[in-house]
Design a protein around this ligand. Structure first.
Ligand code: B12
Length: 368
C-alpha cells in the first residue's frame, strides 16, 4: 500500500473484514488482519523515519483500532437494525477475538523486554463485554505496558486482592451496560481505597464519561486516550481514597434509589399485570414472547433505578430511545412501551426524582 491518504485509511480492508465476518470465515478474517498489518502505513511519522520495530508496533495499533474495533461496532449497529441475527453477532465477536490474538502474535517480536509500568485491566462485575478491554489491553501492551488482563465480570473483592498482590500502578475498569454502574462505583471506590488511581471507560460511563467523573474516577474515551492518561502518571485518589460510594452522590440520601432497586421484583410484577390489562392481545402471547416482555420490563426498571442512582434523566431517556428503535426495527411500535411507563409512574408517584425521569422519557415517546 502506498502513502496515498485514501489507500492508507484501511477502508478497503474494513470492507473485506466485514465480508469475512458476515460469512463466519475465521481463516479469511485472520488472513485479512495479517495482510493489513503488513500494509498499514504509520500515520504519525513518515515510514522511512521509523525503525522496523516501530513500524510494526504502529501498524498493529492501527489494525486494532481502525480495522477490528470499527468492524465490531458495525456488528452492533447491524444487530440493532435487525440486519443480522444474534447467532451471527456471536460468531463475528468470536472471530474478532481471534483477530486481536493474530495482531498480538504478529507484533510479539517487536515488543520490548522492559515495561514502562504495570496496570490491571478488567470488566466490572456482571459485565460480559470483554472484547473492548481486550483491545485496550493489546494497545497498551504495544505501547510498552505490562498488562494484567482479567477479562469479563471481575468480582470487586478479587480485583482489589489482585491490586494488592501485584502492586499495579493503575486499574482500568470497563463497563458497557449502564445498569452495572452502581457496582462499578463500588469497584472504583474499593480500588481507590488501596491508594491506586482508577481509569474508567466504556459506553456505560455516559457521554464524555460523565458518570466516571461523578464517581471520582479518571476517564478516557478509548485506548489511545487511556495511554495518554497513564503517560502523565495519574496520582492516587488522595483525599478520595477511603470513602463510601454514597459520599460521592448526596442525592442518594432521599432513599429513592434504595426503594426502587429493593422493590424491583414487585415493580416488574405489577407492571406486567398492568400491561396485560392495557394490552389484551398479550393473552395470546407464546411462552417465549411472555418471557421477552418480562425481560423488557426488568430492563426498564433496572435502567430507571440506575438513572435515579446517578440522578440523570438522560440515562433513562437514552435507554428508552434505544429500546424504541430496537422495537421499531422489529416491527413493534414504540408506543407499546407507554403502558409500562404509565404503570411505573403510578406505582412510584411518591418518588419525585423517579417520576420526573419517567415523565421525561414518556414525553419522548408521546410528545404532547
Ligand atoms: C459483542 C457484543 C456482546 C457480546 C459480548 C462478547 C464479548 N466477548 O465482548 C455478548 C453477546 C456477550 C453481549 C451481551 C449483551 N449485550 Co452486547 N453488544 C455487543 C456489541 C455488538 C459489540 C461490543 C464491542 O465489542 N464493541 C466494540 C468496541 C471496540 O467498542 P466499545 O465497546 O464502545 O469500546 C470502545 C470505547 O467505549 C472504549 N472503552 C471500552 N471500555 C473501556 C475501558 C477503559 C478503561 C477505557 C479507557 C476505554 C474503554 O474503548 C473501546 C475502543 O475504542 C455491542 C454493540 C456496540 N456498538 O458496541 C453490543 C451492546 C453493547 N450490547 C448490548 C446489550 C443490550 C447486551 C445484553 C444486555 C443483551 C441481552 N439482552 O442479553 C447483554 C448484556 C450482557 C452483560 N451483562 O454484559 C447493547 C447495550 C445497549 C445499552 N444501552 O445498554 C449494545 C450497545 C448493542 C446495541 N446496539 O444495542 N453483547
Amino acid at each position: 500500500m502506498n502513502g496515498d491518504k485514501d489507500t492508507n485509511s484501511l477502508a478497503e480492508w474494513r470492507d473485506r473484514l466485514w465480508q469475512a465476518l458476515g460469512e463466519c470465515d475465521e481463516t479469511r478474517a485472520v488472513a485479512i488482519v495479517r495482510g493489513a498489518i503488513d500494509a498499514a502505513e504509520p500515520e504519525q511519522a513518515p515510514a522511512e523515519d521509523m525503525s522496523a520495530t516501530e513500524r510494526l508496533l504502529a501498524a498493529g495499533e492501527r489494525v486494532l483500532l481502525e480495522l477490528i474495533a470499527p468492524a465490531q461496532e458495525r456488528v452492533g449497529l447491524a444487530w440493532a437494525a435487525n440486519d443480522i441475527t444474534v447467532a451471527q453477532e456471536h460468531a463475528a465477536t468470536a472471530i474478532s477475538e481471534r483477530c486481536i490474538s493474530a495482531v498480538a502474535d504478529a507484533t510479539t517480536p517487536a515488543r520490548a523486554g522492559t515495561f514502562v509500568g504495570r496496570v490491571l485491566v478488567a470488566c466490572v462485575d456482571g459485565e460480559w463485554h470483554a472484547l473492548p478491554t481486550r483491545l485496550l489491553s493489546e494497545v497498551l501492551r504495544l505501547r510498552g505496558w505490562r498488562v494484567d488482563y482479567l477479562g469479563a465480570q471481575t468480582p470487586t473483592e478479587h480485583l482489589v486482592a489482585h491490586v494488592h498482590r501485584t502492586g499495579a500502578q493503575a486499574v482500568l475498569l470497563s463497563s458497557s451496560i449502564p445498569t452495572l454502574l452502581p457496582g462499578a462505583h463500588n469497584a472504583i471506590t474499593a480500588c481507590q481505597g488501596t491508594g491506586v488511581p482508577v481509569l474508567a471507560g466504556g459506553a456505560a460511563f455516559g457521554p464524555q464519561g460523565r458518570y466516571a467523573r461523578l464517581m471520582r474516577a479518571e476517564w478516557a474515551a478509548d485506548a489511545p486516550g487511556a495511554a495518554a492518561v497513564l503517560g502523565r502518571r495519574p496520582t492516587g485518589p488522595g483525599a478520595h481514597a477511603t470513602r463510601m460510594p454514597g459520599m460521592d452522590l448526596p442525592h442518594l440520601g432521599d432513599q429513592e434509589y434504595t426503594m426502587v432497586s429493593r422493590s424491583k421484583l414487585q415493580l416488574v410484577k405489577q407492571t406486567l399485570a398492568d400491561v396485560e390489562v392495557d394490552c389484551p392481545e398479550m393473552s395470546r402471547y407464546s411462552e417465549y414472547q411472555r418471557e421477552r416482555t418480562v425481560e423488557d420490563i426488568d430492563f426498564i426498571v433496572g435502567y430507571l433505578a440506575t438513572a435515579v442512582y446517578v440522578d440523570d434523566p438522560d440515562l433513562f431517556s437514552r435507554f428508552i430511545t434505544w429500546t424504541a428503535d430496537i422495537l421499531e426495527a422489529r416491527g413493534v411500535p414504540s408506543r407499546s412501551l407507554l403502558p409500562a411507563l404509565d404503570s411505573l409512574l403510578n406505582q412510584l408517584k411518591d418518588f419525585p426524582r423517579a417520576t420526573g425521569i419517567l415523565a421525561t422519557a414518556r414525553g419522548l415517546l408521546a410528545p404532547a
